[in-house]
Design a protein around this ligand. Structure first.
Ligand code: UD1
Length: 380
């Protein structure tokens, strides 16, 4: 571990679940390059399978976490509480000057609660997103984390508007852009060189990518069967690559749906993919069908048509500006939308404002200013 002067200001980054790593990597890199701030990465262990975690550090060039809490899976209360207990010990010992959290997972809210109760400044990257669906755990995580944050860093103007409507003081809100797109843009060239398509027997624009993992979709047997039925139908038209999330794999097994899926020609069930491998398939897909939040943004940045199999999106800019359509969870409606896109009729998106690959730099400069530290290179 590098040695640091005792008087250096310290930022702690919290990561835990798969969608966190690609958000923290560009911030970490920019802080190292532009400031004299000391940084520590704490991994809560919310995701622990190598394919859900380790591979992302390697793919994104993010150094391994200095501290690993090893919390693992559990009920919401159990998982969040265990994280809080362990984080409090670390924060008391490390005395950070700022804690930086990203996204909306349980690791995010756990860190937000501990940080604010210890009166340590808290920054939330990806603040202000709202699905307005309180039954989703992520929505609760977003609302509470934003309420407790001192710096609210937003990816788009709709997020600023949500925060203002909730009475957040505008001086705490900073529109910085979408940090996940920094990772996408800096990794695209490397991803393009991978032989993934060849290995899977696919041709550019000749296949569909599907992902499903939202509890509201996959923990409901009837809904899950309906959505998988759509994927089986689409696979009759064009090959469908379906990297299966552990939660979804478990539900497919419990419902005895595995054999039917595996016997469907054209439907390729694969393990969760690493960051670069997955980018190499999404960027060349004819269509992406998903219930993920991040993938709605990535397809918008790549201008690949995306059908979001949910009733709402907390990322409306991907619909208003980007290539995303929210199609709900009714199989007939999704099938109709997929057929339309496959026959060439889809909306062409644009890339939203400040999704330019420099969000990490803006965040590093903001943290330096907030902590009264000079930046090595001013943002230009
Ligand atoms: C979590 C996030 C969700 C995010 C998703 C990305 C919350 C509330 N949810 O959902 O917002 O979109 O991550 O993947 O934080 N499991 C494994 N291996 C792992 C991790 C999990 O097998 O490495 C299995 C376990 O059976 C676990 C289940 O997946 O119980 C769910 O994991 P959990 O972290 O609770 O939620 P996700 O569904 O992954």
């Amino acid at each position: 571990m590098p040695s640091f002067r005792g008087d250096m200001k310290k930022v702690i980054h919290i990561v835990g679940a798969r969608p966190n790593f690609m958000k923290v990597a560009p911030i970490h890199r920019a802080i190292s390059a532009r400031t004299s701030l000391r940084q520590l990465v704490i991994h809560t262990g919310q995701h622990y399978d190598a394919k859900m975690s380790d591979v992302f550090f390697a793919d994104l060039g993010l150094p391994p976490p200095e501290i690993h809490l090893g919390i693992g899976s559990g009920s919401h209360a159990e998982q969040t509480a265990k994280m809080m207990v362990e984080m409090e010990k670390v924060f008391l010992q490390e005395k950070p000057d700022l804690v930086s959290v990203v996204g909306d997972v349980n690791s995010t809210i756990a860190a937000a609660l501990v940080t604010s109760k210890l009166a340590i400044p808290l920054s939330h990257v990806e603040a202000g997103l709202r699905s307005f669906e309180r039954h989703q755990p992520e929505e609760i995580n977003r609302v509470v984390t934003d309420r407790l944050s001192d710096l609210l860093l937003t990816p788009s103007r709709d997020a600023d508007a949500n925060l203002l409507k909730e009475g957040i003081d505008p001086k705490h809100i900073h529109l910085v852009g979408n940090v996940m797109i920094d990772s996408l843009l800096s990794s695209k060239e490397k991803a393009d060189q991978l032989p993934t398509l060849k290995t899977l027997g696919l041709t550019p624009k000749g296949y569909v990518v599907a992902t499903l993992h939202r509890p509201s979709n996959v923990d409901n047997p009837k809904l899950l069967a309906g959505l998988l039925g759509v994927l089986m139908d689409v696979a009759k038209e064009l090959p469908v690559v379906f990297p299966v999330h552990p939660r979804t794999r478990k539900m497919i097994a419990e419902q005895g749906l595995g054999p039917k899926l595996e016997q469907t020609p054209g439907l390729k069930l694969v393990d969760p993919m690493g960051y670069l491998e997955f980018l190499s398939v999404t960027s060349q897909a004819k269509l992406v069908m998903t219930d993920s939040g991040g993938l709605q943004e990535e397809t918008t940045a790549l201008n690949v048509p995306c059908l979001t199999m949910r009733e709402q999106t907390e990322r409306p800019i991907t619909v208003e500006v980007g290539s995303n359509e929210v199609v709900g969870t009714d199989p007939a409606r999704i099938r109709e939308a997929a057929n339309r896109v496959l026959s060439g009729d889809f909306k062409k998106g644009r890339v939203p404002e400040l999704w330019d690959g420099r969000t990490g730099e803006r965040i590093a400069d903001l943290y330096a200013r907030f902590l009264g530290v000079e930046t090595k290179r001013a943002f230009g």
